[in-house]
Write a protein that binds this ligand. Structure first.
Ligand SMILES: [Zn+2]
Ligand SMILES: [Zn+2]
Length: 506
């Protein structure tokens, strides 16, 4: 009798567990194409009272500018007549405040008003064919099955918790244990916070694209008050030269600014702007900047380490009530931003495939008190690549330059603008010349697909058809071979040629 009972119990157990196994197996997907999750960069639209009749897109920049420009013209004229900056400063302060006040956070770094993203229903169908799609066609768009969006003002560590829930949902509905994750710009700050908190378990591959994980010098300069425009005439010309794509309109803009620079007029204008800033930035703009933009932990995550402590003291010394905000931004800065190299090493030692892609060859916005760095216009190349050595903007290294670290490979760009040997991960860091921060042309998307599709870890020397340094030509990606900067045209010639082709165009 006892034997019979044991037999029945045993067979029950076997039956139950085998049912368990089959139903488990049925939920798994063996399609061979991991789902691709893309973590977007900063700038998703924010709505006040979303989904109600009082819903409003914030900040309302256009609406405010229409109201504010006439005020500014009046204030500027009065200042020019009276020589007194006080009234103009107060006016600029209230203008700036009106524009950004809606989206400011409170002194704890949380949203002050009822602001959210546009509500989107999570797609539970489990569709995940982005990688497969690229195999059959060319990949003209970002290879992506699931797009994670977030309130970019908030703490990246908080957003990482939402990303964690999101990835769990993706895994559940697709039947894959691991996903491929790509992040753009601020998305990398959220992704690194995730990796810090939850580790690498859910990922087959991680791709850091134009990453803001080490910050950007423009933000560091603004927050630390170390900006300077007065002597930036030449830098402004270089900025426009390296940023504006070729077109008759842009030719006209570039040649006009260049002519203004040659005649010395641009220097006078910039000195005047600097005088205005000297008079109003300290007293009026800076505090408003900190009370609004400076209350957003997401913005503080853009502050590079070399500015961070100075900027924090400049912003909060002598002010009450910011303790919780400081705790949040310190937590991110010292555990995530400063640990990015060890977070990435951790991924590699866990066997996760990792790539980093950074733009170069474009001047960053010339506002800081140092010369602008090579960048993708927004983020400095040295920060995105974790340590590349770059030539000055629009120049090359000396012809005698030797790569700083000899690891047995060549990591010096053929155009003599980037030495990748000083990067934290030179073997997996790619560079795209003249890539503008927010541009994803089809050639770039195709390259990302190629990286995402190959299962094993490749290095910069082993991706078919690509190399460590690439650039666009006629819509295609080609390897950078040498420094072939277009012959500098005379500004006068460019001015008249652009004018002529604009007329012909009409
Ligand atoms: Zn699948
Ligand atoms: Zn190497």
């Amino acid at each position: 009798m006892m034997k019979k009972i044991i037999c029945v119990v045993l067979s029950m157990i076997i039956l139950v567990s085998s049912v368990g196994i089959t139903s488990f197996a049925k939920d798994k997907c063996d399609c061979g194409y991991a789902p691709v999750v893309f973590v977007v960069g900063q700038g998703e639209d924010l709505y006040l009272n979303e989904g109600t009749s009082e819903e409003k897109l914030v900040p309302d920049i256009t609406g405010n500018l229409i109201k504010l420009i006439p005020k500014f013209v009046l204030g500027y004229t009065l200042q020019a007549i009276s020589g007194n900056y006080k009234a103009l400063g107060a006016l600029l302060q209230s203008m700036f405040h009106d524009i950004v006040d809606d989206i400011a956070c409170d002194r704890d770094g949380n949203s002050r008003k009822n602001i959210s993203l546009r509500h989107e229903e999570f797609d539970t169908s489990g569709r995940h064919a982005a990688l497969k799609y690229g195999e059959e066609n060319s990949m003209p768009i970002l290879p992506c099955d699931y797009k994670f969006k977030y309130d970019w003002r908030l703490d990246p560590v908080y957003n990482a918790e939402l990303l964690h829930d999101y990835i769990e949902k993706v895994k559940e509905c697709t039947g894959h244990d691991k996903v491929i994750i790509m992040a753009h710009s601020e998305g990398n700050n959220v992704l690194c916070s995730y990796l810090y908190k939850y580790g690498s378990e859910s990922f087959e591959k991680v791709m850091f694209l134009s990453p803001a994980y080490q910050g950007l010098s423009i933000l560091g300069s603004l927050f630390s008050g170390e900006y300077h425009l007065g002597d930036k005439a030449d830098d402004l010309v270089t900025f426009l030269d390296t940023n504006l794509p070729e077109s008759p309109q842009n030719g006209l803009i570039r040649s006009s600014i260049s002519l203004l620079n040659k005649t010395g007029i641009l220097k006078i204008i910039l000195k005047d702007v600097q005088r205005l800033l000297d008079n109003v930035y300290e007293q009026n703009i800076y505090d408003t900047l900190i009370d609004t933009i400076g209350t957003m932990p997401g913005m503080w995550s853009f502050c590079p380490d070399e500015y961070y402590e100075r900027a924090k003291h400049r912003a909060f010394d002598g002010k009450e009530g910011y303790d919780n905000l400081i705790k949040k931004i310190d937590h991110y800065h010292y555990n995530v931003q400063k640990n990015v190299p060890s977070i990435i090493s951790g991924l590699l030692s866990d066997g996760v495939v990792v790539y980093i892609v950074a733009g170069y060859g474009i001047s960053s916005i010339p506002v800081s008190n140092t010369s602008p760095n090579q960048s993708d216009m927004v983020i400095d190349t040295k920060y995105m690549s974790i340590g590349a050595t770059c030539s000055p903007v629009a120049q090359t290294f000396e012809s005698s330059y030797k790569q700083k670290v000899d690891d047995g490979h060549n990591h010096l760009s053929p155009d003599m603008m980037v030495d990748a040997s000083t990067c934290a991960f030179p073997e997996i860091t790619f560079f795209v010349r003249d890539k503008n921060h927010n541009d994803d042309p089809p050639a770039y998307c195709q390259f990302l697909w190629q990286l995402a599709y190959q299962k094993e870890q490749l290095d910069v020397f082993s991706v078919d058809g690509y190399s460590q340094f690439m650039k666009y030509e006629n819509g295609r990606f080609i390897n950078v071979t040498s420094f072939e900067n277009a012959e500098k045209q005379s500004s006068v010639k460019l001015f008249f040629e652009s004018l002529l082709s604009l007329f012909k165009g009409k």
